[in-house]
Design a protein around this ligand. Structure first.
Ligand SMILES: *Cc1c(COP(=O)(O)O)cnc(C)c1O
Length: 220
């Protein structure tokens, strides 16, 4: 096996172990390979090893890299995991199959307009500022019910919640809280867990884990 295939097998193995410990099926969990900052030559070996879901945090970068990679391999699924400016909503709706960073009213309105125009809607996650941290992206937990109501009024289907817990403290309580919030609002999907904590996230109900470093190595 080459290095990319080995890393992929290792991460998949850890997901399977964590799922088993939580009495879940590993195939309920979608592994998103976060390819931000990595170029096509670093991404191709993972595609060759069978990986199909990829995550990018910037519309511009994804638009530069992915059309060519997609033309080479059918079945690629692209996830936007970074902040989205309202004026890029149309481009994002055209490019991505899922958007994990819906976090405010103006973006809900821009996405509703873009989806109506495109005649399609990507899978949508509301990003929650789960630790209620100053200066962190995501909708405040207290504003979540209103944002979900606004999305419904605008004709958008919200499929799940996404969060990035505060750095350097135990993430488990925040994953549990996101799971509870999703449950309370009847949302089936939970995007949580990165290279350092995806196994914990899987045990606490993640349906999507976003893993960069453990698959690609350190970003330059
Ligand atoms: C970069 C990024 C990741 C991946 O982080 P790693 O620690 O490299 O696995 C996951 N989610 C978001 C939102 C990111 O920006």
């Amino acid at each position: 096996m080459n290095e990319a295939a080995e890393r992929l097998a290792e991460v998949q193995g850890h997901i399977a172990d964590a799922a088993k410990r939580a009495q879940r099926e590993a195939r309920e969990i979608c592994l998103i390979a976060v390819s931000k900052t990595h170029d096509a030559s670093a991404i191709r070996p993972l595609i060759a090893a069978g990986q199909r879901h990829f995550g990018e945090n910037r519309v511009q970068e994804a638009a530069a890299k992915w059309p060519e990679l997609r033309a080479e391999t059918p079945g690629i699924v692209l996830h936007l995991i970074g902040q989205l400016q309202s004026n890029k909503a149309e481009e994002a709706v055209a490019l991505f199959d899922a958007i994990h960073s819906v976090d405010r009213s103006s973006l809900v309105q821009a996405l509703a307009k873009a989806c109506a125009k495109a005649g399609r809607q990507p899978q949508l996650f509301v990003q929650v500022n789960i630790g209620d941290e100053e200066q962190k992206g995501g909708c405040a937990t207290r504003d979540l019910p209103a944002l979900l109501a606004e999305a419904a009024d605008a004709g958008l289907t919200i499929d799940g919640l996404m969060a990035i817990p505060p750095a350097d403290i135990e993430p488990a309580p925040f994953f549990a809280l996101l799971d509870e919030l999703a449950e309370r609002h009847g949302l089936p999907l939970r995007s949580m867990g990165m290279s350092g904590d995806y196994e914990t996230a899987v045990m606490l109900g993640a349906t999507h884990v976003r893993v960069g470093t453990a698959l690609f190595g350190l970003r330059g």
